[in-house]
Each structure stands twice: as structure tokens, then as C-alpha cells.
Design a protein around this ligand. Structure first.
Ligand code: SF4
Length: 179
């Protein structure tokens, strides 16, 4: 389980934002994927089934949602672990790798791994291409060369998903070699 990924967006900013962990559809592609290893290591062995039971994680290994009713159309869905009152995550210290990586994400295109940044994140909009962003992007490129990280991605190919439908919301950071 990868636990030492530095964060681009400070927690204090995330806790004031009501963008993340909320989805338009109950089966949204943006629900976080959680690897079997992450579930196992996140919970006490005797509690794993209770915390990550079938109603919590879908057959696609993505965390399920609960209907909440937000936005103009009063429809919407929350990650099972989100507390919408204070934007905290119930499994923050064991949250899936995809949650740690966001607002960056991985895609597989024509056999290549591509690292994108999601331009919908307000912190990205504010800092996109400033020095801190450039340094973090450089850090990520080095991070994805680590053997343990490459192994984790190879074991979990679903982490490199198809985001082509959202291409206008993404900016490519770099391509990655996962060999
Ligand atoms: S697991 Fe936590 S950080 Fe990830 S989407 Fe759910 S509430 Fe958000």
C-alpha cells in the first residue's frame, strides 16, 4: 500500500471545498478504485469485511456511493466514506491511492501510461503552472519511477483508466514508463 505520496493540495484547502468525493451518477467512473491489498492493509483483519463489505465496494472494485441530493438538480451521490458536514474522509489515513493522487490521475492510451491533472480542481486552477505546480509535477515523475509504485500499478491495471470522455477537463503532465 502506497502511503507516502506528498500532497499537492493542502488539507486545509480540501476541507473547505465541496467538489471532491461527490459524483453525478451512482456508478460514476470517478468513484475511487480500491485495490484488494489496500483494503486488507487498511483495516484490522477481523473488521475488513465490515468496513469494505459488498455494499461498500462495487464489483468494479470502486467505492460505492450513497444518494445525497446536492447541486441545482438536487441529485448526486457521495462516496460512502465522506462526511459531507465537514468534508472529512472516514478512512483518510488509509484512503485509496487514487484519492491520494487526485487532482492528478492516470490513464492508459495506445498502450502508454499518461499522467494528467484534473483542471476542475479549484486549487489547480489557482496554481496551474506556477513554480510549486512545476516542482510537484517533477516530483510525481520521479515518484512513478519507484519500483514499489510501478509494481503496485502493474498489479492493479484498473488504476490506469480510460478518461477519454473527459479529455477537455484534463491537461497532460507527462507519459510514464512502467517497465
Ligand atoms: S475514500 Fe475518502 S478521499 Fe476517497 S473519495 Fe471517499 S471520502 Fe473521498
Amino acid at each position: 500500500m502506497i502511503k507516502d505520496l506528498k500532497q499537492f493540495v493542502p488539507s486545509s484547502v480540501c476541507l473547505k471545498c465541496d467538489g471532491c468525493c461527490r459524483f453525478k451518477e451512482s456508478d460514476s467512473r470517478w468513484r475511487p478504485y480500491i485495490a484488494a491489498k489496500e483494503m486488507k492493509e487498511a483495516a484490522h483483519p477481523n473488521l475488513t469485511d465490515k468496513i469494505f463489505g459488498k455494499h461498500v465496494v462495487g464489483p468494479d472494485s470502486r467505492i460505492n456511493t450513497t444518494p445525497c441530493g446536492f447541486g441545482a438538480d438536487a441529485e448526486g451521490h457521495l462516496c460512502h466514506f465522506l462526511n459531507p458536514k465537514d468534508n472529512t474522509c472516514g478512512i483518510y489515513h488509509a484512503r485509496p491511492f487514487e484519492c491520494q493522487l487526485y487532482p492528478f490521475l492516470l490513464s492508459r492510451e495506445s498502450g502508454k501510461a499518461v499522467l494528467y491533472v484534473h483542471l476542475n480542481c479549484p486549487h489547480v486552477q489557482e496554481h496551474w503552472n506556477d513554480q510549486g505546480y512545476k516542482e510537484y509535477a517533477q516530483y510525481l515523475q520521479e515518484f512513478f519511477k519507484r519500483k514499489d509504485v510501478v509494481s503496485f500499478l502493474k498489479e492493479n491495471p484498473s488504476l490506469l483508466a480510460d478518461y477519454s470522455a473527459f479529455r477537455n477537463e484534463l491537461d497532460q503532465v507527462c507519459t510514464l514508463s512502467l517497465e
